[in-house]
Write a protein that binds this ligand. Structure first.
Ligand SMILES: [Zn+2]
Length: 696
């Protein structure tokens, strides 16, 4: 009797849907959310792509519900995951860009809700944009972001972990969940993100399409996790949701990667929902969104939906039913925040897609999938209607000010004069600020990075200077230039560029951290301390800001304070070994070799890839005259970071003293190629003389 009553009630809650099976729910299932970074909707076999092999994703899609018109609402990693995990649009959770924003403590996510319902919860993420510091950790029993963090504040490099390693960590955790417990796992894989460097055999197989090679490698990494699920070997059913956080332009509309425009190449994503006991194999063509994932998962486990969501449950659609059409909001604000270009907002409804920029665009995707025919000039009525819809959606939107810049900080920055040179956030943009007009500069910004990555430092600097001449108000390009000058040992120019970048974007803690580091390297630690102090006093300072502040304090011999700061950085981000390396370096400076040794070893147990920790241990071993141990540590350091010129110098120096000149030569030649001329003038001279007078 009670069972029958429950069925009637469930059916009554469904929208009218002719001929479809009623949606089923299962409160006993596990939940597995898989997000694959930078995965285009058309980059998987299930979407009909014959050039790529993705057997695991295809098996999920074939046995589950595949949504062919799923869309992201943002085109960069952190905001997109915030949308997926929260079920609300960016203007509600406030995360509008990767760096500079933190997910707020008051917004619920799949993790907080499922944990409150008794689930064991864990996240396994593969790249820095989802680092624990950005606030998505709430609700997760375990937030595993173990990628090498030593490189975190080096421009142009995003620390990442191999998909197979992330999957292995997830499997290990799942194996330890008691059978009586349900679990929720969020797994994030990063391979398809630029640069495209698939491992073998994918590198050879996809020589002409390395992006697809990365996609295929990602699919293979998922095998060990998906195999027991699709083969029905798990004791408890698992609801699997698989999507991409955004796509990749691959040259469409002259955009190479993602994060600038919001055309279908980056907005359209795959979405598959799999749980054979709940869903039959189905293809759904109705438009759906990332924000629908949270309500769908909650609905599928029979949990009540939070009231203030932008998304809605897709259960009826997944059961073959109909649903009232919903509009999709989207935005792309990175270039507005980092470069001062016009912000991009948009909305699509049915097949019409409107992009709100100084030069507005309107497309009918039903007849123009490549968005080549702009209908805005010829259909002003549709434009006006979609503009009204967009305005209604954005009624609660506030300016995209990075959340962490609280009023207190702003006041402190102003009192120090740092906001004096800051253009107030622009409110009016002209056609000259439209990213479509600036796409050539975007290509040049990419080219600065690739020139540097190819080893052409001079060329990268020349192009970076040209970019800044064209648009002098772009913090991003000033940061790039500062980094390049610093690499070239030109500390005066590095400091000038990073000061301007920070003045233009004083809320950016990553820029502040770099400014602090470069000022100290330039011999201006007092200015570093003054500039960083307001950021350090914030309620939730960034770990990199604390590290840069501590290094500045240490270099003016305020060692006690420096150690306190490193301890704070460590508490804030226990997965980051750098504060331990820096603390160890302070101990070494003060002659406390015992504490230094212990701290370097601790750092390596947190992150075995920290070259500087091996270098430090090598220094201590050499001082004890344990030369074999010193060589071991330094060789490991040089293997981990081939550009660490201090280690290269140490290796050459010791090998010469040990009477092994031919081995020494190799390291000192590399030292000459990497050591900054200004900073290392006297050692470079010594090395050059030795290399000339000891020719083999
Ligand atoms: Zn991403």
């Amino acid at each position: 009797m009670r069972a029958a009553f429950a069925v009637i009630l469930a059916a009554a809650l469904l929208p009218a849907c002719g001929g479809s099976a009623p949606a089923r729910r299962d409160a006993s299932q596990n939940v597995l959310l898989i997000t694959i970074d930078t995965l285009r909707a058309d980059a998987i076999g299930a979407s009909g792509n014959r050039s790529v092999s993705t057997p695991w994703i295809d098996r999920l899609a074939a046995g589950g519900v595949r949504f062919t018109a799923a869309h992201a609402s943002t085109v960069v990693t952190l905001p997109s995951h915030a949308n997926i995990l929260s079920g609300v649009y960016p203007f509600r959770h406030g995360v509008r860009e990767n760096a500079g924003f933190r997910f707020p403590a008051h917004v619920d996510t799949l993790a907080t809700i499922l944990k409150a319902r008794g689930y064991r919860t864990a996240a396994f993420v593969s790249a820095f944009p989802l680092d624990a510091r950005f606030g998505l950790t709430r609700g997760f029993d375990v937030y595993d972001d173990r990628f090498p963090k030593g490189e975190a504040n080096v421009a142009f490099r995003v620390p990442e972990r191999r998909g197979a390693d992330t999957v292995a960590a997830a499997l290990k955790w799942i194996a330890d969940v008691p059978a009586a417990n349900r679990w929720f796992v969020w797994l994030h894989l990063y391979e398809p993100h630029f640069p495209y460097t698939p491992p073998e055999p994918y590198a050879s197989r996809y020589r002409d399409a390395p992006y697809l090679g990365e996609v295929s490698a990602t699919d293979a990494a998922l095998g060990p996790l998906l195999q027991p699920i699709v083969d029905g070997q798990s004791t408890r059913p698992t609801l699997v949701v698989l999507t991409g956080d955004h796509g990749e332009s691959l040259g469409e509309h002259r955009e190479m990667t993602h994060g600038l425009f919001a055309y279908e190449g980056t907005l359209h994503v795959p979405l598959v929902i799999y749980q054979p006991r709940l869903f039959r194999s189905l293809v759904v063509v109705e438009p759906v969104r990332h924000v629908d994932i949270l309500p769908t998962v909650l609905d599928a486990i029979g949990a009540p939906l939070p009231t203030a969501l932008d998304g809605r449950s897709l259960l009826a659609l997944a059961a073959g039913g109909a649903a009232a059409p919903a509009a999709t909001y989207f935005e792309s604000l990175s270039a507005s925040i980092n470069r001062g270009w016009a912000p991009l907002y948009g909305v699509s409804r049915g097949s019409l897609k409107y992009i709100d920029l100084p030069i507005p665009e309107l497309y009918d995707l039903a007849v123009d999938a490549t968005e080549s025919h702009d209908l805005a000039p010829s259909r002003p009525g549709d434009v006006r209607e979609l503009q009204r819809l967009l305005a209604a959606l954005r009624a609660e939107d506030r300016p995209a000010v990075p959340a962490r810049e609280n009023a207190d900080t702003r006041e402190q920055l102003r009192s120090l004069g740092y906001l004096a040179g800051t253009a107030a956030a622009k409110t009016h943009y002209t056609e000259a600020d439209d990213p479509k007009r600036l796409i050539e500069i975007d290509r040049e910004i990419d080219d600065v990075v690739s020139r540097y990555q190819r080893g052409d430092l001079r060329g990268a600097i020349a192009l970076g200077e040209r970019v800044v001449q064209q648009r002098p108000d772009m913090p991003l390009s000033l940061v790039h230039l500062a980094f390049l000058y610093n690499e070239a040992g030109d500390h005066v120019r590095a400091v000038a560029a990073i000061r301007r970048a920070l003045d233009l974007n004083p809320a950016a803690q990553d820029v502040a951290a770099l400014a602090g580091a470069y000022l100290t390297e330039a011999g201006l630690p007092d200015e570093a301390i003054t500039r960083l102090a307001p950021y350090v006093r914030e309620a939730q300072p960034d770990a990199d800001v604390l590290i840069a502040y501590g290094v500045a304090l240490a270099s003016v011999r305020r060692t006690r304070e420096a150690l306190d700061i490193f301890a704070r950085a460590r508490a804030l981000d226990p997965g980051n070994g750098l504060p331990l390396v820096d603390a160890a370096t302070v101990y070494l400076m003060t002659g406390d070799r015992e504490r230094a040794s212990a701290a370097f070893a601790d750092a390596l147990s947190v992150d075995p890839t920290l070259a500087r920790a091996h270098n430090g241990l090598g220094v201590i071993a050499a001082e004890r005259k344990d030369y074999q141990a010193a060589l071991d540590h330094w060789q490991r350091a040089a293997a981990l970071d081939p550009r660490d010129y201090q280690t290269l110098f140490n290796l050459g120096d010791l090998l010469i003293r040990l009477g092994r000149p031919s081995e020494a030569r190799r390291y000192w030649e590399r030292y000459l190629a990497t050591a900054p001329p200004a900073l290392e003038a006297s050692d470079r001279e010594r090395v050059r003389k030795w290399l000339t007078s000891n020719r083999p």
